[in-house]
Ligand binder design. Structure first.
Ligand SMILES: CC(C)(COP(=O)(O)OP(=O)(O)OC[C@H]1O[C@@H](n2cnc3c(N)ncnc32)[C@H](O)[C@@H]1OP(=O)(O)O)[C@@H](O)C(=O)NCCC(=O)NCCS
Length: 447
């Protein structure tokens, strides 16, 4: 399929410029008025270690060792780090609040990747909570991204209720699977290729290129920052329980590696036939690789249960086992996104057919509100223009920035949001057909 849509991804120069950019002035002034200093942190400087310790404390983790700090510093070059400091505190060099972000790429329906500001490491010390510090940082980072011309923001969350107030919506759900292996019974394909154990270092070296080849197929996926591969593979000196991780590859009949998986087996000392497998990461470039890797995991001896997290809500795996009730699937909000530039974000994706619709977007932060006309052609490519007034003969969907962000990746339909009282439109089904997408969005990891 020709896309006809340019991929407005993120170049290295744009990533570096965003990383080096200043903090948002409005939030700096607001925090300064309460006696707090909002400033950028350098990965290479002396302020990095106290920043990292504050992040660890914020997530109720232990103190970081020198070795862990060094390993983290080495893998953090891609991030823009910011801290909030209290000059009156006894340890004034330790930030009382932290945030990190970077310019990444988010896949949208149709196979394009759009530049998107990823946000993580949001913490506020218990000594400084509920005074608006998190709000100042989040709004600040969104304004900084918007000022840099970045059309989207995204994050994964520890608590679901925190980010809707800034316009973020759960846009790609994650499915957690627990599969009773004896009950499942494999009925899927049995491909000709081979599965082999490989050193974790080999998986670490193969995974980035393989992921680059598949990430544009699934809306919701993002480019994986390098250091994350070390976490999946357990290939840093500071990785915990790395030795428990087993790595395998699937090679097709022509000798190409098409799939990788990392998993760990936990023995059951009460009954050695009932071990548990945790699948840490599974990456498949072809349907054969997907089937072969899952079959291998489900047919391991001495294993009664296989667990996997952050799967799609429409995994083909469900149709590869004889007894679907062997799988207990729990669905949870996972990838959150926030539209910052309506026209760029909506033009990047494809639509379910030709059609015209007006979108009346409300944004409490004043970043993306306005009325937009979306005009999709027969190939599903759209032109989106900002308009004044109501265009003649075109249905209007009135919605908030959260609802617009929720439907961007195709994870929920406008008809569902209409039924939930979250959007207003005369013809919810027509709007849904336009925004609908045949496969569910997914994000395969946390960041
Ligand atoms: C969650 C956290 C960042 C909030 O920081 P904070 O500075 O106390 O938040 P603010 O005072 O700026 O509050 C901002 C808004 O969030 C709300 N809020 C704050 N914490 C909340 C919580 N745990 N649950 C629900 N709402 C919360 C506030 O009521 C406020 O709402 P409003 O502005 O719409 O009136 C902080 O408590 C924290 O660091 N927690 C532990 C780490 C963590 O969970 N980080 C999030 C990672 S995804």
């Amino acid at each position: 399929m020709s896309t006809g849509v340019t991929t407005p991804g993120a170049s290295d120069a744009e990533r570096a410029a965003f990383r080096a950019g200043p903090v948002d002035e409005q939030s700096r002034v607001r925090l300064a008025a309460t006696g707090l200093d909002y400033r950028r942190v350098s990965v290479d400087g002396e302020d990095y270690a106290p920043w990292l310790q504050s992040v660890a404390r914020g997530f109720q983790d232990g103190e970081r060792s020198e070795e862990q700090i060094a390993a983290s510093r080495e893998r953090s070059g891609y991030r823009r780090l910011t801290g909030v400091y209290d000059p009156a505190a006894p340890v004034a060099e330790a930030p009382v609040a932290t945030i990190a972000s970077w310019l990444g790429e988010l896949t949208v329906p149709g196979g394009a990747a759009i530049a998107s500001c990823a946000i993580s490491a949001v913490t506020v010390a218990p000594t400084h909570r509920r005074r608006g510090v998190a709000r100042a940082m989040l709004e600040g980072e969104l304004r900084a991204a918007h000022a840099a011309g970045i059309p989207m923001a995204m994050l994964t969350v520890s608590e679901s209720t925190l980010y809707g107030r800034y316009g973020f919506a759960p846009a790609a759900s994650g499915a957690s699977w627990r599969i009773e292996t004896r009950r499942a019974a494999w009925i899927g394909p049995r491909p000709d290729g081979r599965i082999d154990f490989i050193p974790r270092e080999r998986l670490r070296s193969l995974a980035p290129a393989l992921h680059e080849r598949v990430r544009l197929r699934s809306a919701g996926e993002i480019d994986v920052p390098g250091g994350h591969w070390d976490s999946f593979a357990g290939t840093t000196p500071t990785a915990e329980k790395a030795g428990e991780k087993r790595a395998i590859q699937y090679t097709d009949a022509s000798g190409e590696v098409r799939g990788l998986a990392v998993y760990a087996v936990r023995e059951n000392h009460d009954d050695f036939t009932k071990g548990t497998v945790a699948v840490h990461y599974l990456l498949a470039e072809t349907p054969d690789a997907y089937a072969a890797l899952w079959r291998f995991l489900l047919e391991l001896d001495l294993v009664a249960e296989v667990r996997a997290e952050e799967l799609a809500v429409d995994e083909p795996l469900l149709w590869m086992i004889a007894d679907q009730r062997a799988a207990t699937v729990t669905i949870r909000d996972h990838q959150y996104v926030r539209v910052l530039d309506v026209a760029s974000a909506l033009e990047a994706r494809r639509y379910g057919g030709p059609g015209r619709i007006a979108l009346d977007v409300a944004d409490p932060l004043g970043i993306a509100d306005g009325r937009y006309l979306l005009d999709a052609d027969a190939d599903g490519a759209a032109r989106v223009t900002r308009v004044e007034g109501s265009p003649d003969g075109v249905d209007t969907v009135a919605l908030g920035i959260v609802e617009l962000s929720a439907v961007l990746l195709g994870g929920v339909s406008l008809a569902t949001l209409h039924a939930a009282g979250r959007v207003t439109t005369a013809d919810p089904l027509a709007a849904s057909r336009l925004f609908g997408w045949p496969t569910a969005p997914r994000l395969s990891f946390w960041y």
